[in-house]
Write a protein that binds this ligand. Structure first.
Ligand code: PLP
Length: 451
């Protein structure tokens, strides 16, 4: 590839390791360098504009030019650019943010432990479950169940929770005490003619059998995204969480809700837990917590778990966990402003208003010959690309056609995300109905292209 010396592409190829990129490919010819953004659009270093149909990484909920977030960062960085929460120190933005978060969180969540990323928030959730059960005098109750196709991050623990084999291969994951349960995708795993309810019942029975086989006294928690994102946007079958939660209760197993994608309006309610009637003991949030303008995440915990942590402190002294940037005041100030904007502009109401149009355009794609399935809820969705609708055969088992589809749309000014043969859509929550049409017109054109 002949790129100009000292161009962005050449310097990037020479220096950067790209996460989630095929490192054996010629990166220079594929590079997309984004230099600015406004509203739901971003622009590259060649002056091309793109509708961001993925909100970055399922995350930039308020779009790419929210002045109030820039102002909040600016004001806080000038007032107090950094302080920490260790050793009984605090900052006003982290207190304000914790208070605000708890005021909107599902019932029963009483304390907030901040971190920087979704992976870290889940990682510390695992540690807290283990800590809790040690304090409760049941050191054998340690296994965490996650689901195949669930995505929970990439640290050693959260990468183990992630139920995508590619995240385990040659990284020596998963670690001990993390096991995986059935993926709840009706499209992929239901028997022919099986209703959603019957499928949910079968999944629940299988989960119970797995818990019994492992020994209920060894199973500590189940972690689940209300809607799995990176695993291909998997909306659970009707009645799934109701049944699953009954089983968890029966065997005294905690529920961790990973709301890193679904939190703050994505599914049409403030949290996916509300949409699906989940009552978590722990909930993790990141991404839209700050509209992704600055990195911040949080692990929200029940009073019972917090009380156990206090007891551990009576035994060991300090709670020996925490990261330098937990509750970083500038990130917290931006997150607080984000939550205020959600409230003032009724972002949940906006999602409720535009989501039916988004879902109608998405559902209409199911009639296309190369779409095996179209699924979604709120402002998140995906289509499954197939070479044959009846057999559901993918285009090319080894590689899939998703990346070519994604590139075609990119050339036409729309960014979507290929997850092998599924293509995901997750635009900023501020998207308008007209912009939803731009997105799905481009998707329809892309389907003609791969036909
Ligand atoms: N949990 C979910 C549901 C996610 O989608 C992600 C990232 O996409 C994570 C956790 C990990 O978050 P991060 O990439 O900030 O570590």
């Amino acid at each position: 590839m002949n790129t100009l010396r000292n161009s962005n592409a050449e310097r990037d190829a020479r220096t950067l390791v790209h996460p989630y990129s095929n490192l054996s490919y010629d990166t220079e010819s594929r590079l997309l360098t984004i230099v600015k953004g406004d509203g739901c659009y971003v622009e590259d270093d060649q002056g091309n504009r793109y509708l961001e149909g993925m909100a970055g990484l399922w995350s930039t909920s308020l779009g790419f030019s929210e002045e109030r977030l820039a102002d909040a960062a600016n004001a806080q960085i000038r007032k107090l650019p950094y302080y920490h929460l260790f050793n009984h120190r605090s900052t006003e933005p982290s207190i304000d943010l914790a208070e605000k978060l708890l005021s909107i969180a599902p019932e029963g969540l009483e304390k907030v432990l901040f971190a920087n990323s979704g992976s870290e928030a889940n990682d510390q959730a695992v540690k807290l479950v283990w800590y809790y059960n040690n304090q409760k005098g049941r050191p054998e109750k340690k296994k965490i169940i996650s689901r195949w196709r669930g995505y929970h991050g990439v640290t050693v623990a959260s990468g183990s929770l992630t139920g995508l084999p590619g995240n385990h291969a040659d990284f020596d994951l998963p670690i001990r005490n993390i096991i995986h349960a059935d993926c709840p995708s009706h499209y992929h795993h239901a028997n022919p003619g099986e209703t959603e309810e019957a499928f949910a019942e079968r999944l629940a029975e299988s989960l119970e059998a797995q818990i019994i086989a492992e020994g209920p006294e060894t199973v500590a928690a189940l972690i689940a995204e209300p809607v799995s994102g990176s695993g291909g946007v998997i909306v659970p079958p009707k009645g799934y969480y109701e049944r699953v939660q009954k089983i968890l209760k029966k065997y005294d197993i905690l529920l961790i809700a990973d709301e890193v994608i679904t939190g703050f309006g994505r599914t049409g309610k403030m949290f996916g837990c509300e949409t699906f009637g989940m009552k978590p003991d722990i909930m993790t949030v990141a991404k839209a917590l700050s509209s992704s303008y600055l990195p911040i995440s949080a692990t929200l915990i029940s009073g019972e778990i917090y009380n156990a942590m206090v007891e551990e402190s009576r035994k060991h002294g300090v709670f020996a966990h925490g990261v330098t940037y937990a509750g970083h005041p500038v990130c917290a100030a931006v997150a607080l402003e984000t939550l205020k904007i959600y409230e003032e502009r009724d972002i949940v109401g906006h999602v409720a208003e535009v989501a039916p149009h988004f879902q109608a355009r998405l559902a209409a794609l199911a009639d296309r010959p190369n779409v095996g399935h179209a699924r979604g809820i709120g402002l998140i969705g995906a289509i499954e690309l197939v070479a044959d609708k009846t057999s559901r055969a993918p285009f090319a088992p080894a590689r899939g056609v998703g990346p070519a589809f994604q590139l075609h749309l990119q050339r036409n000014g729309v960014i979507v995300r290929a997850l092998r043969d599924a293509v995901a859509f997750c635009p900023p929550l501020i998207i308008t109905k007209d912009q939803i049409d731009v997105l799905f017109d481009a998707v329809e054109d892309g389907l003609d292209f791969v036909a």
